[in-house]
Design a protein around this ligand. Structure first.
Ligand SMILES: *Cc1c(COP(=O)(O)O)cnc(C)c1O
Length: 375
């Protein structure tokens, strides 16, 4: 059997283990130390010092803390893109708040500004003002941030940018994750870079960074004994895992370059296909990192997305449907949704294709060979 081609496997550089060893040498086997500080400065440098970065144990924890800092309390409403991974939405429930799910627009697959504004207007007529907007740059494609930021400003509702899949993506030449009040990143095992598990929250000021570190470290007050004036969380990243992150930062730019090449490979592969349409940058404002390449099967095709996925699995090639929208998930069936069937259609007809930065020429040949049956 050929070795398996994964969607987005971990791709280590050459220095990760040196940084891990350093944690051992310094005997800082805890949630603080030189790797934690170093990983944060590496990320701050990557974001051109436009943001302060706090590294955490997951992207989901980062969203939880961003919601707390947006003053979301039990019973409050939070607007959230429906087309996403559950990590974007679950923290709303951790706070006993209510998600209001918003459908996507076809161009970006991300939050539709028209449905967003319609939802806000409707919630206002019901006497509630939502506390935050969680917008996602799904599969690395930036959302329509100009329109969404305008709405955020007009109604005074802050934005939390879920850039878990969009490290290195740019909108109008600015990095995703640094386009709004809060940004979050994920470093779990299949993201652009990985620390095996991990995440980060991006904020604007050093004061906010200090407050978040406090909240993420069990909210211990400054005192000799353990003193707590509020409930905190145990959400900081381990100094060992931060070492993996430091090593990964050294190869991030070359990985991003590889992701662009993968996209060009798929562009070429599908350029004359009537059965598949590849999801591309809608115009020059959008610069996706193409974390995953997405194809939509056309209505006229004689096969379904699941046929393609099953066919590829016979060749030991991983592929999968796009995220199942949150408003269609059993656990969210009682929550409000503003939209139509846009994200649902993408879910029903889309396929995510192998797109890792370690995808080899040999892997590409196998993908071409396996897909030629359908193209
Ligand atoms: C990966 C991911 C997250 C966060 O995931 P963690 O596994 O908690 O780091 C959040 N939102 C989206 C869209 C993601 O893909």
């Amino acid at each position: 059997m050929n070795k398996k081609i994964w969607l987005s496997p971990p791709h280590m550089g050459h220095t990760e283990q040196n940084f891990i060893n350093r944690a051992f040498q310094e005997n800082w086997l805890t949630t603080a130390g030189s790797n934690v500080d170093g990983f944060e400065s590496d990320l701050e440098l990557f974001f051109e010092s436009s943001r302060k970065v706090i590294v955490l144990n997951s992207g989901t924890s980062a969203i939880h803390l961003a919601l707390i800092k947006s003053n979301v309390n039990p019973g409050d409403e939070v607007l959230c893109q429906s087309f996403t991974f559950c990590g974007s939405a679950n923290p709303i429930k951790y706070l006993n708040a209510k998600p209001i799910f918003i459908d996507s627009e076809p161009e970006t697959l991300n939050m539709c500004p028209t449905y967003l504004e319609a939802a806000i207007k409707d919630r206002l007529t019901h006497g509630v003002k939502p506390k935050a907007i969680i917008v996602v740059h799904l599969f690395g494609m930036p959302a329509n941030m100009k329109a969404i930021k305008e709405i955020s400003k007009n109604y005074g509702i802050p934005i939390i940018e879920d850039a878990a899949e969009a490290l290195g993506s740019k909108y109008k030449n600015e990095l995703c994750g640094a386009l709004a009040e809060f940004g979050i990143l994920s470093f779990n095992g299949n993201k652009i870079i990985t620390t095996s598990s991990g995440g980060a929250l991006l904020v604007k000021t050093i004061e906010e960074k200090k407050e978040i570190i406090h909240l993420a470290s069990q909210a211990r007050d400054l005192d000799i004994h353990y003193q707590h004036s509020k409930i905190g969380y145990n959400y900081r990243l381990s100094n060992i895992l931060a070492g993996i992150g430091r090593g990964q930062m050294q190869v991030l730019n070359s990985h991003l370059e590889k992701l662009k090449q993968n996209h060009n490979f798929y562009k070429n592969l599908f350029k004359n296909s009537l059965n598949f349409s590849l999801h591309k940058n809608p115009n020059k404002d959008y610069d996706s990192n193409f974390w995953l390449n997405i194809v939509i099967i056309s209505k006229s095709a004689s096969f379904s997305n699941l046929d393609v996925i099953n066919h590829l699995s016979k060749y030991n090639i991983e592929s999968r449907p796009l995220w199942k929208p949150m408003h269609l998930q059993p656990v969210y069936k009682d929550d409000l949704f503003y939209g139509s069937n846009i994200s649902e259609e993408f879910f029903n007809n889309g396929v995510c294709l192998p797109s890792g930065s370690s995808l080899s020429e040999e892997d590409k040949k196998r993908i071409v060979n396996a897909l030629s049956f359908y193209i």
